[in-house]
Design a protein around this ligand. Structure first.
Ligand code: RIB
Length: 288
């Protein structure tokens, strides 16, 4: 093992607009402002794992535009090894993030460069096999996700899949997943995950914490209170912190306890990567 966590996933420039409420179909709502910030579920989770203290490698792709430099620099300055992030001709991924009053959001993603990662190179697979934990989401093409899960599983690397955005997944992939992380909405898409071979399902519940579900039963992980500003990236913070803790050998309930606190701190700050707390901040909150 040369590092703790490998993240295969998306890197997006997030165009964040602030609205009184997310518009319905056919409706126009005026925004009170916008910001362009680094994001993408993969990048957010890699930064979270690194801020949690894990030696982290990221695999994915950016374009050849200005956003590409910002996205790579964001990961690099958090201590993530980005040598496996490819540069492809064309635009980087973009996400339009609508944040409504109260902090909840709705997101539209154009995968762009992320969509070119349809298979992994030999170097990518080495990075997968030499980690303790592999973390993925579903903004990367499924063939690459399945290829990585298969390589990790054969090498005894723990596979964590954050099934977001939710979509139908082949049983072949689910059978390779050790820990499936979903929010309450996404959980409805995977009613039979355990029967399909997933080891444990972790359901994130926002302010109510999380639920750890496996064949032996269920365990509740209590929530912590937070002053919600923006929920963007809170689930990614949870997943990155969870992976980092699992890489140190923590039990799933203990890893989830730390991840819940990290996710709660993330909702108190605007933006995706910008809101991810340091390990010290999480420790201070745990001591409170
Ligand atoms: O989970 C939040 C992320 O989803 C945003 O940063 C956006 O880029 C989308 O990928």
């Amino acid at each position: 093992m040369t590092h703790d966590v490998t993240v295969l996933g998306s890197l997006n420039l997030d165009v964040v607009v602030h609205l009184p409420r997310v518009p319905g179909v056919g409706e126009t709502v005026l925004a009170s402002g916008q910001q362009r910030v680094p994001g993408g579920k993969g990048l957010n989770q890699a930064v979270a794992a690194a801020r949690a203290g894990a030696r982290t490698v990221m695999l994915g792709a950016v374009g050849d535009d200005d956003a590409a430099r910002v996205l790579r620099e964001t990961a690099g300055s958090a201590g993530v090894d980005v040598s496996g992030v490819r540069r492809e001709p064309g635009p980087s991924g973009t996400a339009w993030v609508m944040v409504q009053d109260g902090g909840d959001n709705a997101i539209v993603v154009d995968a762009a460069a992320n969509g070119t990662v349809t298979s992994l190179t030999g170097c990518d697979l080495d990075a997968v096999r030499s980690a303790a934990v592999l973390v993925m989401q579903l903004e990367t093409p499924l063939p690459a996700v399945t290829q990585a899960a298969s390589a990790a599983s054969r090498a005894g690397v723990r596979v964590v899949l954050n099934a977001a955005p939710a979509r139908d997944l082949p049983e072949e992939l689910l059978a390779l997943v050790d820990v499936l992380v979903v929010n309450e909405h996404e959980a409805r898409a995977f009613p039979d995950a355990l029967a399909a071979g997933v080891g444990t399902v972790v359901v994130t519940l926002g302010a109510d914490g999380a639920r750890v579900v496996c064949a032996d039963g269920e365990q509740a992980v209590p929530g912590v209170t937070a002053d919600v500003v923006d929920t963007t990236g809170a689930g990614d913070t949870f997943t990155g912190y969870l992976a980092a803790a699992l890489a140190t050998g923590a039990s799933l309930p203990d890893a989830c306890g730390r991840a819940v606190v990290a996710g709660a701190l993330a909702v108190e700050v605007l933006g995706a990567t910008a809101s991810i707390p340091t390990a010290d901040a999480v420790e201070r909150r745990l001591q409170r």
